[in-house]
Design a protein around this ligand. Structure first.
Ligand SMILES: NC(=O)c1ccc[n+]([C@@H]2O[C@H](COP(=O)([O-])OP(=O)(O)OC[C@H]3O[C@@H](n4cnc5c(N)ncnc54)[C@H](O)[C@@H]3O)[C@@H](O)[C@H]2O)c1
Ligand SMILES: [Zn+2]
Length: 240
């Protein structure tokens, strides 16, 4: 364990893979997922983010994600998002950012080499997986009748990976982890798979691994270093 004044020294050979979770957006005012009450923004996960919830109650699912869109649009990137965008500017293609977050605070801070493995709040897609690409959609729906349909007739659903669905672009993620010499994980409890396994994959390839957050994640033992602190306070100035 190292303290928040520690620096991480990068060499010209380093390739950095960053994984972020809900904790990096906490200082922007967005609630994390596993708060003490086990609810996410007052909802039970199984009621709002599973394929079964979508089949049973699409109106309820859209009410939840519409509210997430609304609060996501009001939130602003914090110093942690900006610090990662700044690191990308310095490292160029030796940097890759994978986020579990569905908010767009990383891109609004300037990150480009970025992948949303659990989908994006600001997009919708056909519920039938008919092959049409997700579309940009910032609408805060008031009721199900407002939700559009795909040309195939399927209803538009949030472009979100529900629990029980396969995360997006896993091949690309595995390629990027295989190339990394340093993995930095920020603000994720280590309880959602496969993301919680990324640190193990990185270590198998010999990479250094660093966790940043105010408490130990469940997979803390897999990290070379754990820096206990808030992302917005630790990340700026961490990389030298
Ligand atoms: N903003 C978002 O897009 C958002 C918000 C909530 C949940 N989710 C989804 O829910 C799932 C939850 O998994 P998860 O592991 O990301 O979240 P989680 O809620 O399980 O864990 C959040 C972690 O963040 C840490 N944390 C709290 N404040 C922090 C801070 N200021 N700086 C750094 N870390 C801090 C906590 O200690 C905790 O370990 C993800 O799949 C994600 O898609 C997304
Ligand atoms: Zn369709």
């Amino acid at each position: 364990m190292i303290d928040s004044k520690t620096k991480i020294f990068l060499t010209p050979e380093d390739r950095v893979f960053v994984l972020t979770g809900a904790g990096i957006s906490a200082e922007s005012g967005l609630p994390t997922f596993r708060a003490d009450d086990g609810l996410w923004a007052g909802f039970r996960v199984e009621d709002v983010c599973t394929p079964d919830a979508w089949r049973r109650d699409p109106a309820g699912v859209w009410a939840f994600y519409s509210a997430r869109r609304e609060s996501g649009q009001k939130a602003m990137p914090n110093p942690a998002h900006f610090a990662l965008a700044d690191l990308e500017k310095r490292l160029g293609e030796r940097f890759f950012l994978c986020t579990q977050n569905v908010d767009d605070l990383h891109e609004r801070a300037g990150s480009v080499r970025l992948l949303h493995m659990h989908g994006e709040l600001a997009k919708s897609r056909c519920e039938r997986e008919c092959g049409r690409a997700p579309v940009e959609d910032h609408t805060v729906y008031q009721n199900l009748a407002e939700v559009g349909r795909c040309t195939c007739g399927g209803r538009l659903r949030p472009h979100i990976v529900f629990f029980g669905e396969v995360p997006l672009e896993m091949d690309r993620i595995q390629d990027e982890i295989a190339k990394a010499t340093l993995m930095v994980v920020v603000g994720t409890s280590g309880s959602v798979y496969p993301a919680a396994n990324f640190v193990h994959w990185a270590r198998q390839n010999g990479a250094r691994t660093v966790y940043i957050g105010p408490e130990q994640p469940l997979n803390a033992l897999a990290f070379t270093n754990v820096v206990l602190g808030k992302a917005g306070e630790v990340l700026p100035g961490l990389f030298v």
